[in-house]
Design a protein around this ligand. Structure first.
Ligand SMILES: Cc1cc2nc3c(=O)[nH]c(=O)nc-3n(C[C@H](O)[C@H](O)[C@H](O)COP(=O)(O)OP(=O)(O)OC[C@H]3O[C@@H](n4cnc5c(N)ncnc54)[C@H](O)[C@@H]3O)c2cc1C
Length: 397
């Protein structure tokens, strides 16, 4: 018994004392570092960029992400630097809503305020709250070599380190995943997405809403981020290659939409518009080996149709930190994390893929039926589905 207690304590202490290596200082990597720091771990992040300068775009953080940030004690700071969202609407081209999700319900029932925030602000707040984490910029991970007790990591700048606890938060094109699971595959939705941030104040009715207008093979969404700052995205299906469309002609692609859409596009300086092809990671069955574990987009990159990619990465962050704290060995912690997170993250990948397809139907009869069906789908069911996905439970009075 005495021997058992001592060896458990030794294993536990080893797990706590080891430095944890994170690859990637995106939303997933930074949130994980914060969660680990708060549990007493020493963390080192290696990031390829020379400065932490996120793309000029906004992001929506739903109740599940805000629940994590509440746990980490930064929810109030985020809310003060963001715009509170009261509802998420799907509309026709003229902004007549045919589906609404009442986000105030989540605020009133669970005290979780959904927000829209500039990505730069979110990363700035995460960085401000990191106290002991070391961040090494300009460190692009080039290769990993497996040893008996961990991996040797080789960076493009010539630096080499050894680590036995590696968390790969290196995004959808993850180098670590390509080494661990070389058969993993990315899937293109054949949709091109433009994102922009503009100095613009939306009319009062739209200020606390995300409105996503669906057309025929395209959609346009907009949301206020802060006073006189808004974020929008536009998506269009292509047949072979994204170059079938160009940013210069963006306003003509959306000329049949409500006039505010034109106003938003023309107010946005072209250097503030970023183009991306929408893709995801075909779900993979395992996210780890004994020394390295994938988190965020590296593990389960999803299409952005549910606005859940970063929210899922944020959920991963707290779960992996809890598992590393609670488990005696790293591998046990990775297994427990995967067990807790995989089903939900993959559900999001799957549902989001389907929503992306349905939202781009082109045939007028199909779109008419789709819009009609969404209109009669009870709001309450949308809400119940989200409560399940976010694993929110009402506390008995
Ligand atoms: C159009 C669009 C809209 C979206 N909107 C939303 C939304 O509203 N809400 C939401 O929750 N999600 C949204 N998402 C998804 C969200 O952006 C991602 O899921 C989220 O950024 C993933 O975070 P991450 O930290 O896992 O990866 P990333 O943000 O990709 O970060 C990876 C980091 O790793 C670094 N890196 C990569 N390779 C290396 C290497 N070899 N060595 C060192 N460093 C490396 C990168 O530089 C980067 O800093 C959207 C996505 C898209 C495409």
């Amino acid at each position: 018994m005495y021997y058992f207690c001592i060896s458990t304590l030794v294993l536990f202490t080893c797990c706590i004392m080891k430095t944890i290596t994170i690859i990637g200082a995106g939303i997933g990597g930074l949130t994980t570092a914060l969660a680990l720091e708060q549990k007493g771990f020493q963390v080192v992040i290696y990031e390829q960029a020379k400065t932490i300068k996120p793309m000029g775009a906004g992001i929506m953080l739903a109740s599940n992400a805000m629940k994590v940030y509440q746990n980490l004690g930064i929810d109030v700071q985020l809310i003060l630097n963001a715009n509170p969202l009261y509802s998420m609407n799907i509309t026709d081209k003229n902004l007549n809503a045919f589906s609404k999700i009442d986000l105030q319900y989540f605020k009133h029932t669970y005290n979780l305020q959904s927000i829209s925030i500039h990505r730069g602000k979110l990363q700035e707040i995460l960085l401000q709250n990191l106290k002991t984490t070391e961040i090494h910029l300009h460190h692009t991970l080039d290769s990993l070599t497996k040893e008996i007790d961990g991996y040797t990591l080789q960076f493009q700048n010539g630096q080499q380190i050894k680590s036995s606890i590696i968390l790969a938060a290196d995004g959808i094109y993850s180098n670590v995943r390509n080494v661990l699971f070389p058969n993993s595959k990315l899937r293109s939705m054949k949709q091109v997405c433009w994102r922009g941030v503009a100095n613009f104040t939306l009319p009062k009715t739209y200020q606390n809403e995300l409105n996503e207008a669906w057309g025929n093979g395209d959609r346009f969404a907009f949301v206020q981020l802060h006073e006189n700052q808004m974020y929008w995205y536009a998506v269009k299906s292509f047949t072979q290659h994204k170059d079938e469309f160009s940013t210069e002609d963006l306003s003509s692609y959306f000329s049949s939409y409500a006039s505010i859409v034109q106003e938003i596009i023309t107010t946005t300086p072209s250097q503030n518009i970023h183009e991306t092809v929408i893709e995801d990671l075909q779900p993979i069955s395992s996210w780890h080996d004994e020394f390295a574990c994938l988190i965020g987009d590296a593990a389960h990159a999803t299409t952005p149709n549910m606005g859940q990619g970063a929210c899922q990465a944020i959920e991963d962050a707290l779960v992996i930190a809890n598992c590393l704290k609670e488990c005696d060995t790293t591998e046990e912690a990775f297994r427990k994390y995967q067990k807790q997170r995989k089903a939900t993250a993959h559900k999001v990948v799957k549902q989001s893929w389907h929503i992306g397809k349905i939202s781009h139907w082109k045939h007028p009869v199909a779109t008419f039926l789709r819009n009609g069906l969404l209109q009669i789908f009870p709001q309450k069911l949308n809400r119940i589905q989200l409560e399940k996905l976010f694993q929110l439970q009402k506390t008995p009075a």
